[in-house]
Design a protein around this ligand. Structure first.
Ligand code: DGJ
Length: 732
């Protein structure tokens, strides 16, 4: 890994074993992207890539009249001169002009990586990464722009963000500040987006790229299930096992925009950052604004490799604290078992049975506070309801711990019900436009987390509950999008800052709680997977993947989530049948076989299942305890897509390739068809493995594949809906 500055040609080459990223100071003084892709040899000057023919285009000035930004590839394109594509940022100066031109002034190269104040970001020690910061200035606007690039030693990844500084005396407005731009030299690519809605999150969908724009975005104030803030730009032939692709992962949890734009000269522009719609940041003299980070990865080995890059990077360089690289406790959550209708006694009964089964952590979900007996009341009143918890959280947590279980609970700190003491006391603390009706979502309003005093107040209430009790885990939920976004804490010309300030407030509350209680394991949640993003992983190392707990639907949801997010971050539980979302009846074996590939837990009352099933649950928990290191941290391979066929398969392989676990699932039976075989991946070709008592070489399993009919007696058959089989493969 290194970053070279070539003084004569004024070019930077960032490289490691797998990738090269080359930037030039263009004839205009702005930065031009020369190359990003598989590692190439260095040379003193790559400017042969810069297009300088005298085409009938507009040039920046007489000195550079053969150079047009439009015909060349830009690093961070500005608005208003010769580019004409979508700009990466826009600065409105005091005279109302939005034209800007930031030219190279200086740069610094240093080991490691700087944090971005108030925002989540990947981090790295001095030996893990190197960073290039390029300083550009616009003299006219009296603004400085710092573009930051970090290259990691071990990963084919560049992390990028931008910093704006108002170096003048007048106010300026940033009306757009995306985090990155990559211009590619041709348009023979497709975009893979991860779309969905509540209960059907992160469906991979492929869109053709051509001239014009394809984009994904959120305007909900959360990253959203509509479009996940992660996209892949791949060659048409690239699949999970081979081919070129770029990943763009936004380390942010609010409104965002991701786009791919082909121009008429064959250039493909990729942009990602905070959604410019309803974003305006007022920069007073001396103020700084930093964008969130985008983590850009490249592979020439297919999408499993791209996903593994994100899995490893996020486990090692994004997740922090006590739970970094730790296997996760097997939990029992009471939500689908009781909803809000519980007493301390009924909770203790569920917990006792969970303990008997081998569960390690009990989680009390929604309904323990204020007058929270249904969706209509209580949010905002973070004080235990004495009718449900007579001795408070402290009493319940001690009783559960006395059983030998750890204990955790649910919160939804960003919300308030109009029917709550908090709202009655502070109606001005919600996001709402004065004089205008506010839209309710699940009968609740959104607290104005752009105001520090609101965040501090909620922290104070939660601190009291947590501090008095014995708490190992918190599930932080968020159950409605932001609407009527207006803050009484901001002036009229600051209202465009509210969406972003809100997210900064969310991050600040997370930081305060983590600082006060560093051992607590946080799980993020937003009506299931509405805020399943890399930003959240910095604070909460796991996320409730979806409210849809049906094992067959979960195959799709977890498969889709695995493209951009580590397996250990995917909250996955066994729930009751018939499933509450789909009505489907799936065996307890298949429910567990799906949930193993995630955090693993139970979302039901184990008193309610048959004695035979209870014995199965005990064995499942034993299996998970024995194999969770591999299941949660092994190299994950998608083998067969549930979006393309009626069977799906995936596997994990240990780093030393001595052990693997494969899951096969039949989502829909197929009559009078042949089961065929499936090729495994990631093993060592020369190693002899044992699977189900039979010996195979790795190369047999990976090239010839295994015939699926051999598992018929063991649970999986293509002739039975929802059958499945999980098997362990050991090197001999
Ligand atoms: C939505 C979550 O996704 C569920 O798991 C549960 O916690 C409910 N909210 C509680 O209100």
């Amino acid at each position: 890994m290194n970053i070279i500055w070539k003084k004569t040609s004024r070019q930077f080459h960032l490289y490691n074993d797998r990738i090269s990223y080359i930037i030039a100071v263009a004839p205009s003084g702005e930065l031009s992207n020369i190359y990003f892709g598989k590692r190439i040899h260095d040379r003193e000057d790559f400017s042969y890539v810069i297009f300088r023919m005298g085409m009938p285009n507009i040039a920046v000035d007489a000195d550079t009249e053969t150079y047009s930004m439009e015909l060349n590839r830009q690093e961070y394109p500005s608005f208003g001169t010769t580019d004409f594509g979508t700009s990466a940022f826009e600065v409105e100066t005091s005279n109302g002009s939005c034209v800007s031109s930031f030219v190279y002034k200086s740069h610094s190269i240093f080991s490691g990586k700087r944090a971005i104040p108030g925002l989540p970001a990947t981090y790295a020690s001095d030996s893990e990464a190197k960073t290039l910061e390029v300083e550009l200035v616009d003299e006219q606007a009296q603004m400085t722009l710092l573009l930051s690039y970090t290259i990691f030693e071990k990963y084919p990844v560049i992390a990028r963000h931008a910093r704006f500084i108002n170096a003048g005396n007048a106010d300026v407005k940033l009306t757009k500040a995306l985090s990155c731009c990559i211009d590619l030299p041709d348009q023979d690519y497709e975009m893979v987006q991860f779309t969905g809605a509540w209960a059907r999150e992160r469906v991979p969908e492929i869109r053709k790229i051509t001239r014009g724009t394809v984009s994904i975005e959120s305007k909900r104030g959360i990253s959203s299930a509509d479009f996940n803030p992660f996209m892949i730009i791949k060659r048409p032939g690239t699949d999970d096992f081979a081919g070129d692709a770029y990943g763009f992962s936004f380390v942010y949890s609010g409104n965002f925009l991701g786009m791919a734009q082909g121009n008429t000269y064959g250039r493909l522009r990729i942009l990602m950052g905070i959604n410019p719609e309803r974003f305006t940041w007022l920069l007073r003299a001396g103020d700084t604004f930093e964008t969130p980070e985008v983590v850009i990865a490249h592979t020439d080995r297919g999408l499993n490799d791209l996903s593994q890059t994100y899995h490893r990077l996020y486990n090692n360089n994004l997740v922090r604290g006590r739970w970094k690289n730790q296997t996760r406790p097997i939990l029992n959550n009471n939500w689908e078992a009781t909803f809000m209708d519980f007493t301390e006694e009924s909770i203790l009964k569920i917990a006792a049975k969970a303990k008997e089964a081998g569960v390690e952590l009990f989680v009390l979900d929604d309904g323990w506070f204020g007058e929270r007996n249904d969706d209509f009341a209580g949010l905002g009143d973070w004080v235990e309801n004495p009718r449900k918890l007579p001795q408070g959280m402290a009493g319940l947590s001690r009783k559960i711990e006395a059983m030998g279980l750890k204990f955790g609970f649910w919160i939804e700190p960003e919300m308030v019900n109009p029917n709550s003491n908090l709202y009655r006391r502070h109606p001005e603390w919600v996001l709402a436009v004065p004089g205008r009706k506010s839209s309710l979502g699940r009968h609740q309003l959104v607290l104005d987390f752009s105001r520090e005093e609101v965040v501090d107040y909620i922290f104070g209430m939660l601190y009291k509950v947590i501090n008095g009790a014995s708490i190992s885990y918190i599930k932080w939920d968020m159950n409605r999008p932001l609407t009527e976004v207006f803050s009484t804490g901001c002036s009229a010309n600051e209202q465009g800052m509210v969406y972003h300030k809100y997210i900064l407030g969310v991050y600040r509350l997370y930081s305060k709680l983590i600082e006060a209680f560093p051992d607590i394991l946080f799980e993020s949640c937003s009506s299931g997977g509405n805020r399943f993003d890399a930003g959240m992983l910095y604070y909460a190392p796991q996320a409730w993947c979806s409210d849809n707990t049906d094992a067959i639907d979960r195959l799709r949801i977890q498969y889709g989530s695995s493209y951009g997010y580590p397996i250990v971050s995917i909250g996955s539980h066994v729930s009751a049948v018939p499933n509450q979302q789909t009505g489907r009846r799936v065996s307890i074996a298949t429910r567990a076989n799906v949930a193993y590939f995630g955090t693993f837990g139970y979302e039901l009352d184990l008193n309610e299942i048959s004695p035979g099933e209870f014995e199965e649950v005990k064995a499942q928990i034993e299996f998970m305890k024995q194999h969770r290191q591999l299941l949660q941290y092994g190299d994950f391979y998608r083998l067969r897509s549930p979006f393309e066929t009626d069977q799906t398969a995936w596997m994990v392989v240990s780093e030393d390739k001595k052990k693997a676990i494969v899951g096969f699932y039949c989502m829909k039976s197929n009559v009078n068809t042949l089961p065929g075989s499936i090729r495994l991946a990631g093993l060592d070709g020369d190693t002899l493995y044992r699977m189900e008592g039979v010996e195979y070489y790795g190369d047999e399993l990976m090239n010839m594949g295994i015939t699926l009919s051999q598992f018929y007696k063991k649970g999986f058959t293509i002739s039975e809906d929802y059958s499945s089989f999980v098997t362990v493969i050991d090197a001999i």
